[in-house]
Design a protein. Structure first.
Length: 113
């Protein structure tokens, strides 16, 4: 069993930055590729980024060049550094064990002036 807890969301002005964290319990965390997803009101949940067990990274076109995903397996934590934020980045952000069943509870990110 893996439990995922996200943190780091909040309100930020356009052009600002936030760093999200997702910490997992259980030793199997480090066996998973980890992904970040987001869901805006009225929209379906969409994939944002993923990092493999060996820290290979992949990004959705909408965030490429602005967001950076990373992981610290010793701390069972995956991060999402979000820079140059735009109002359209406003959503609830979730971490997920890719190929596995686990989701965090989500953290709200609001980009507004």
């Amino acid at each position: 069993q893996v439990q995922l807890v996200e943190s780091g969301g909040g309100l930020v002005q356009p052009g600002g930055s936030l760093r999200l964290s997702c910490t997992g319990s259980g030793s199997i965390f480090r066996m998973y590729t980890m992904g970040w997803y987001r869901q805006a009101p009225g929209n379906q949940r969409e994939w944002v980024a993923r990092v493999s067990v060996r820290s290979m990274t992949y990004y959705a076109d909408s965030v490429s060049g602005r967001f950076t995903i990373s992981r610290d397996n010793a701390e069972n934590t995956v991060y999402l550094q979000m820079d140059s934020l735009k109002p359209e980045d406003t959503a609830v952000y979730y971490c997920h064990t890719e190929g596995g069943p686990y989701w965090g509870q989500g953290t709200q990110v609001t980009v507004s002036s």
